[in-house]
Ligand binder design. Structure first.
Ligand code: OAK
Length: 835
């Protein structure tokens, strides 16, 4: 039973009735009321969307009831910190099922709707998700919000309310086509706009010095443009707790939305010009994953949400009696990669210019406020901004950055006299080519804590990309391995497995994932293994039906489901997977009677619209499907599916149905990965390299329960240093040569030139060591197939994988952040090391 939130209820709080009650009677009455009075509909004529919206509003009432109480408690407590998670992306996924699960009323709502002849599952299916992120970084932010609330840590996620999120992907003739994502078009019921809390954001103009009343030298910024930021709040409820936090996303609005004077003289386009240009700021998410765009609009977006967030935080701090000097005692702000790094000079600017602090005091507050998480080692992903562009948009910030840099460089020279090369490397300014600001360096200098997202990633950060920073201040570095929320990725998306687990070990596991260990002894029980396999079969049947509906392809739920879903990128090596499929295909063509384990290969993921090779890899996958799916020699033993428009929602249908999880990035490239965790938690076995969090997953589940292959990060570096020659690998491996030649000779789709750029890349450069790892991968897949032939052993391994995945709950990650970075406990209480 859900603990009552109404204990000690006072007259000023709403009563527990239609608005907030949790039993089916209250819920169906609440939905009905919303249909009537909000949607203006009778249940008999209401559309599915009407029911969806009304159900969502009824749920939202219950969230806000808790939200108002949490916020009140938060603002009136005498001490403690609130976490501000600053992120350009929040990939929240659908909200209905997850909120019902966290409220503990999934079954009650199903019953309530059933009384009105409505299936909850239909409403869940109907829901459109806000795709306000590209991939891993944005989804991680969403998992962390869930865990922060569950652990009762007061927190606000700050970001941008993009009108259009990540594009929606269609596959036409095998190619990716991008369509605008109109996620708001049927209404978004989970948020509440708060126009009265709008803030002003300034851009451009110039600065001027002046002397204040005390005769002190001061600077003021005279901007050229002012934009309004309007907050939109989504409540974030923890799992079966009273704490409800906030996701606060900002929408850009013109200060003057309409120029009547221009309109009156007939200049209609000028009458709305300001509105149109201003609203562009929060119009669309940049669809690039881990590679910066260097566009002025992107910098405008970054500063926009950061300025709104810091203003919001400072305002709350001052309103409740705080002084600017104690800002860091109330707020711990996390920079989710460098996209929000301009927060460092922004907080300095406010403390110096608006609140009159001395430099050293302002700097102390700033450094104690921020922590910086790095999410990628890809060199091309390190953000830089041309100085001229940055200065034109943020003239005062540039002055502050230069002063931070002057002091930084002086400090380096004091510690390392004469080491100008080090000064050049650590400087905030890149002097080569077009002078530009290095945002990772800015984030490092402005933060008291810097972390990577998996053990290997943090080690590589420390030994390579940020080694100079480690030498200067090793105490600032730590690792926080990523995690995922089991509430969404098991409880809400895999009800059949959840039921079996709860029946077996009790219902504590979603909030204490280590409890899954209790499953271990059951791996030896044949009856339990049978039930485990039944769950997987049921999930595979469901996915097969969805695949049929989305792609028209029939797949056999009895075949091995081998799945790779994630962004399409050369380093993630979807093309290595294709080489293996074509190897199997060729074996069948040469020997149609071969006894081969039937497999269904499922791919999904988006390619950045400007990333030509990634888009070609999608075409390579679909062309492979066209070749093998209906070949009579194959006789259904191989199926290749490209699942279009992969999203959080699609993932929730896919992870529970996987037998094999493909985590095959080149060692040293994937910072962590989180899909690897979602698959394994749902009982898939991983085939993977020693990369990112795979290493820790393998440690936890045991090497004997993990299919490992490929070069290590050190071996990759050594191979490259000693002149790796992919052409020689191709020449020497007969099967590989045959597969590459099949692609190069037009065997896929008829045009021999179609995949030339992919093949030339592999044969002449192969920066991601695809050919180097090919044979090890194919051999490892043989071991996978051999195990598949022993269903009991497979089930045992699958159970042990789930049982040992407790470490990868995002609750553990958030506890690590609390202890190592933020120094906050439940309800914001300061913990050891708090500033
Ligand atoms: C996106 C933009 C810039 C920099 C990094 C990213 C990003 O999404 N990185 C991904 O972050 C995930 C969460 O930490 C990791 O699991 C992925 O390995 C990493 O690629």
């Amino acid at each position: 039973m859900y603990p009552s939130v109404n204990e000690g209820e006072s007259q000023s709080e709403p009563s527990r009735d239609v608005r907030t009650g949790l039993d089916p009677g209250n819920l169906s009455q609440a939905v009905c009321d919303y249909l009537y009075y909000f949607q203006g509909r009778h249940p008999a004529t209401a559309s599915r969307n009407d029911f969806y919206l009304s159900t969502a509003y009824a749920v939202r009432d219950r969230l806000f009831q808790r939200g108002v109480q949490s916020l009140d408690a938060l603002l009136h407590r005498p001490e403690g910190r609130t976490v501000a998670y600053l992120s350009a992306e929040f990939l929240m996924g659908p909200q209905l099922a997850a909120n019902l699960v966290n409220l503990g009323i999934y079954d009650a709502m199903r019953e309530a709707l059933w009384r009105m002849d409505v299936r909850l599952e239909d409403l869940i299916e109907h829901e459109v998700e806000p795709g306000l992120g590209n991939g891993g970084l944005g989804r991680l932010a969403a998992c962390y919000l869930d865990s922060l609330a569950t652990l009762e840590i007061p927190a606000i996620g700050y970001g941008i309310r993009y009108e259009f999120g990540i594009f929606s992907q269609q596959i036409r003739e095998g190619w990716q086509v991008e369509l605008t994502d109109k996620w708001l078009h049927l209404g978004y019921p989970w948020e509440l706009a708060r126009p009265e809390r709008a803030v002003s954001v300034r851009y451009g103009g110039y600065t001027e010095p002046y002397t204040d009343e005390q005769g002190r030298y001061r600077v003021r910024w005279i901007p050229a443009e002012i934009v309004k930021g309007v907050p939109h709040d989504t409540p974030i409820l923890g799992y079966r707790v009273k704490t409800c936090n906030l996701l606060r996303l900002w929408r850009a609005e013109a200060v003057h939305s309409f120029d009547l004077a221009a309109f009156n003289v007939g200049d209609y386009s000028r009458a709305v010009e300001e509105q149109v240009t201003t609203e562009t700021i929060s119009k669309v998410l940049y669809p690039n994953d881990a590679s910066p765009q260097g566009k002025a609009l992107r910098l405008k977006q970054q500063y926009f949400f950061v300025a709104c967030a810091i203003e919001d935080m400072l305002r709350a701090h001052l309103r409740f009696g705080g002084r600017p000097e104690t800002f860091h005692k109330r707020w711990a702000a996390q920079l989710n990669d460098t996209h929000p790094a301009v927060a460092v000079p922004e907080l300095m600017r406010l403390l110096l210019d608006d609140h009159g602090l001395e430099w050293d005091d302002a700097w102390d507050v700033t450094q104690k406020t921020f922590g910086y998480t790095n999410h990628t080692l890809l060199p091309e992903a390190l953000e830089t901004w041309p100085i001229d562009l940055f200065g034109a948009l943020l003239p005062r910030h540039l002055e502050i950055v230069f002063e931070i840099n002057r002091r930084l460089c002086d400090g380096i020279r004091r510690v390392y006299p004469g080491d100008e090369d080090r000064v050049r490397r650590m400087s905030l300014v890149e002097e080569q080519g077009r002078r530009s600001l290095r945002m990772a360096n800015l984030a490092c200098v402005g933060s008291h804590a810097i972390n990577g997202v998996a053990a290997l990633h943090t080690e590589l950060l420390k030994s390579q990309v940020l080694s100079d920073w480690v030498a200067m201040s090793p105490e600032r570095f730590c690792n926080v391995t990523n995690g995922v929320t089991p509430r969404r990725f098991v409880l809400a998306s895999n009800p059949a497995l959840s039921r079996l687990v709860t029946e077996t070990i009790g219902d504590h596991w979603p909030a204490r994932l280590e409890a899954l260990r209790g499953l271990e002894p059951h791996a030896e029980d044949p009856a339990f293994r049978k039930r485990w396999r039944d769950v997987k079969r049921e999930n595979k049947q469901q996915l097969a039906a969805v695949i049929k509906e989305r792609t028209g392809i029939s797949v056999d739920p009895e075949s091995l489901f081998d799945i790779q879903v994630k962004r399409i990128h050369e380093y993630k090596r979807q093309h290595l997977n294709v080489l293996h499929i074509l190897t199997l295909y060729r074996r069948l063509k040469e020997n149609p009677g071969l006894d081969m384990v039937p497999r269904t290969f499922v791919f999904g993921g988006k390619a950045a619209p400007g990333y030509h090779v990634a888009k070609l890899i999608i075409k390579l996958i679909t062309a492979t499907g066209d070749l093998v799916n209906d070949d009579p020699d194959v006789r259904g033993r191989l199926k290749v599916v490209f699942f279009p428009n992969f999203s959080v929602k699609a993932g929730q249908a896919i992870y529970p149905a996987a037998d094999v999880s493909e985590q095959i990035s080149t060692a040293g490239q994937e910072a962590s990965g989180t899909g690897n965790m979602k698959f394994s938690l749902n009982g898939a076995l991983t085939i993977g390299t020693l990369d990112g969090a795979n290493i820790e997953i393998r440690e936890e589940v045991g090497p004997e329960n993990f299919f490992l292959f490929g070069l290590t990060a050190d071996e990759v570096r050594a191979a490259k240093a000693s002149g790796y020659n992919p052409r020689a690998v191709y020449e020497q491996n007969q099967e590989l040569r045959a597969v590459v030649d099949l692609i190069g000779s037009g065997g896929l789709g008829g045009d021999p030139g179609l995949f030339r750029s992919v093949l030339d890349g592999l044969l002449w450069h192969d920066p991601f060591m695809v050919l180097a790892d090919y044979q090890a991968y194919v051999d490892c897949q043989e071991r996978v197939a051999a195990l598949w032939r022993d269903p009991e052993a497979w089930a045992r391994m699958s159970i042990l994988n789930v049982a040992r995945m407790g470490k990868f709950s995002s609750d553990r990650s958030i506890r690590d952040y609390c202890e190592r970075v933020w120094h906050v406990g439940p309800l914001g209480a300061p913990t050891e090391g708090a500033p």
